[in-house]
Design a protein around this ligand. Structure first.
Ligand code: UDP
Length: 584
């Protein structure tokens, strides 16, 4: 493989030790002997130069390729912005698959089901995650015309997808992740709701129940609702909506699964309804997509736009500059990406969706000394997201002038509303940034910190110890700082009950478990208000939370306009990705 030569006059990135471990293990290109053929600087230059070189296709570009490559390089190495992991891993390589999110259709025939298993395997191999709706499959026990036998039903077929995923270890990069969705009016819904109740079952799937407004109204009115056979649209049984809702809540209380998605709401925001309905999201729920659609994501690190000298502590000009460059970057990623299926290339080319989001939100709040669980934080969250939404749209408009609107623009809802034209059918998504936030050394997505100091279990049992730098700095500025105190915090994770610490520190430096569950949800809703796609957010609950608490959260999510919700009750699963000291 020809690796691009790194110019001698660009600065080496300064990278934190945890990021170095993650990048060495999975991101740096390796030669036939398994040793890296690039260093971290080489990786960022490979990505920057490959993505900038797409610019030559467009006669009208206002950027010189070399200048743009340098801008992209500095954007990434200053950790102001990072594209999703597959772009970092594969840009400028033979594989060249750069998107994190895919949705595949699953049709009600053996041919369709196994074609989908095969397509998913190819996507996983290339580092992408897949979402599926299994709602088109006839229910377990239904007749199969061609053989006179009986059908296995959605849950049974999901096990095949799960096993296939297990065997494809994403070419040594990351394990495949899947989202499985079933409509609440599918006849197998009860079986689906309980399909992950045993530890380890369907371990490569997140599952979500697609709730309709009709169903939610039936819950409210305490009525029955109809189950519909997908193969013929006929009623196939009735269930009491409240009983189904209660089961959903119980299972989520027990294991965190299933989550819920509000399908009608997702489709109300579908910018291209003439191409069909959206029936699924990507694995972590933040990206609703049409069948055969893919989307690449990228995240701006809000910790880097803090400016103590500005009126409100935020450098809005810099935020705007980063946003415009990031949109250009992500639009170029679409052209640079090679998808494993022609149908995906076609669908992506029609709509050109990108998902620009944010990370480092909790870090920005720490720097501003604004508590996450405050009205002030909710208002600021809306303001920040509104700005990102407006500027990403402005950037997409500039690209449309230079390069043309996305192919399906004329039949999109933007054309009806006479806004645009835009280059991209969507521009904003809040991703979890699980790995990106480690690389950037910031808090993930719009989540509060899980702990102020903690041990992180990542990939292959490796453990990384981290203390939040803003917290450490704030403590050092007080008289309370001592090594013993830091060790104590590492053990507890939170300082909520450390009464010896100054009140203002305890108020600002809150962690996920110090934040009331309703505040988690309010924050999600604040960001959702100005996000085209969806918001990845976990509503953390203490282990003492009741089923009623979860029911309340689900209902609030519905009423506040969220597109879905994921709850996680502490300790409800044996293996957690993040652990505080005491949980070790
Ligand atoms: N994803 C995946 N496998 C993984 C992690 C993520 O397929 O192990 C996909 C999935 O679609 C997820 C999306 O990448 O919703 C974004 O996840 P995240 O932001 O955590 O990824 P990062 O870019 O930080 O690695």
């Amino acid at each position: 493989m020809n690796m691009p030569v790194v110019p001698t006059d660009i600065e080496k990135p300064s990278i934190n030790p945890n990021a170095e471990i993650v990048l060495r293990k999975r991101y740096l290109r390796k030669g036939p002997d398994g040793n890296p053929v690039e260093d971290v600087q080489g990786m960022f230059w490979r990505v920057a130069s490959a993505i900038a070189s797409e610019e030559v296709k467009y006669a009208k570009s206002s950027f010189d390729v070399d200048r743009l490559a340098r801008e992209f390089y500095s954007l990434m190495t200053s950790f102001r912005f990072l594209p999703n992991s597959p772009t970092l891993m594969n840009a400028g390589t033979e594989l060249g698959q750069l998107a994190a999110c895919f949705v595949l259709p699953v049709g009600d025939s053996m041919e369709d089901i196994f074609a989908s298993v095969r397509d998913a395997a190819l996507i996983h191999k290339s580092g992408g995650g897949t979402g599926f709706s299994f709602s088109r499959l006839r229910r377990e026990g239904a007749r199969v015309g061609s053989t006179g036998g009986v059908a296995s039903g959605p849950v049974s077929f999901m096990k095949i997808f799960n096993t296939a995923t297990e065997q494809v270890k994403q070419g040594g990069t990351r394990r495949g992740a899947n989202m499985g969705i079933l409509r609440v009016d599918h006849p197998d819904i009860l079986k689906f709701i309980s399909c992950k109740e045993r530890e380890g079952e369907l371990n490569n799937f997140n599952i979500s129940v697609a709730l309709t407004e009709k169903f939610m109204q039936a819950v409210e009115a305490d009525e029955e609702y109809s189950l519909i056979a997908p193969q013929n649209g006929q009623e196939d049984g009735r269930l009491r909506a409240r009983e189904v809702f209660a089961l959903l809540v119980r299972k989520a209380w027990e294991s965190g699964d299933p989550g819920i998605v509000f399908l009608d709401r997702i489709n109300r925001d579908n910018p291209t309804p003439k191409q069909g309905e959206i029936e699924s999201t990507n694995p972590c729920g933040e990206q609703p997509l049409l069948p055969y659609e893919a989307c690449n994501l990228g995240s701006i690190n809000l910790a880097t736009i803090y400016d103590p000298n500005s009126d409100d502590g935020i450098d809005w000009d810099e935020f705007k500059r980063i946003t415009h460059l990031a949109v250009r970057f992500l639009d170029n990623v679409i052209d640079a990406s090679r998808y494993p299926l022609d149908k995906i290339t076609e669908t992506v080319g029609r709509n050109r969706k990108i998902g620009l989001g944010l990370m480092g939100w909790a870090d920005l709040l720490f720097q501003l000394r604004v508590p996450y669980n405050s009205q002030e934080a909710l208002i600021l969250g809306e303001k920040v997201m509104k700005f990102l939404q407006a500027e990403s749209k402005a950037a997409s408009k500039i690209l449309a002038e230079e390069r043309g609107a996305f192919a399906a623009y004329d039949e999109s809802t933007y054309a009806d509303k006479k806004v645009g034209p835009y280059r991209n059918a969507t521009t904003t998504t809040i991703a979890p940034t699980g790995t990106l936030s480690i690389i950037a050394g910031c808090s993930s997505g719009i989540e509060p910190l899980f702990a102020l100091s903690f041990t992180r279990n990542v990939m292959d049992g490796e453990k990384l110890v981290e203390a939040n730098p803003y917290f450490e700095q704030a403590l050092r500025e007080t008289e309370s700082y001592s090594k013993a105190l830091m060790e104590d915090v590492a053990k507890k994770g939170s300082i909520a009950h450390m009464e010896l610490l100054p009140d203002d520190i305890r108020r600002v430096f809150v962690t996920a478990h110090d934040v009331e569950p309703t505040y988690h949800l309010k924050m999600q809703a604040a960001f959702q208000k100005f996000t085209d796609n969806a918001v990845s957010k976990t509503v953390n609950l203490p282990s003492s939370a009741s089923e009623e608490d979860i029911r309340e959260i689900y209902w609030m999510a519905y009423e506040m306009g969220c597109k879905g919700v994921t709850v996680y009750r502490d300790g409800c699963k044996a293996s957690q990705v993040l652990c505080t000291g005491e949980a070790e």
